[in-house]
Design a protein around this ligand. Structure first.
Ligand SMILES: [Zn+2]
Length: 131
């Protein structure tokens, strides 16, 4: 049984993965104008400010678009396919790329975050259909 490729944190993503390990999805917020931004944002899309902090997200959103991956990137992952990668519009507005699990994808599908916790690897968010 394969496991997902390891995710490696760096100084910019450490707070994101610490929050994921604790079961919380965090995004960036602009300290100047309050705009919410995706976790990987380096500057505010509204005012251009670069003073960003981490804020808790509600963990809900809707599916914007997706692709179903049928061919594994290499032989180590052949038993993981097919899987779905989607763009989730969070309730706060930012878009997030994430794996979509346990749902037949459709535009506008309501989603809720869940977290994958694997021993020896970074916890990370996935999204499931909101019930
Ligand atoms: Zn701003």
């Amino acid at each position: 049984m394969s496991t997902w490729p390891p995710i490696e944190r760096d100084t910019k993503s450490a707070a994101f993965f610490d929050a994921a390990a604790a079961g919380t999805l965090v995004i960036k917020g602009c300290t100047h104008c309050g705009q919410t931004l995706s976790p990987e944002a380096a500057a505010c899309t509204a005012c251009g400010g670069t003073d960003l902090n981490w804020v808790d997200a509600e963990g809900t959103g809707t599916l914007i678009s997706w692709t179903v991956v049928h061919r594994a990137p290499n032989r180590a992952y052949t038993d993981l396919v097919p899987y779905t990668i989607g763009i989730v519009e969070l309730a706060e507005g930012p878009w997030l790329y994430a794996r979509i699990a346990g749902a037949e994808p459709s535009a506008g599908l309501p989603l809720r975050v869940d977290f994958v916790h694997t021993e020896g690897a970074e916890s990370h968010p996935i999204f499931r259909e909101a019930s």
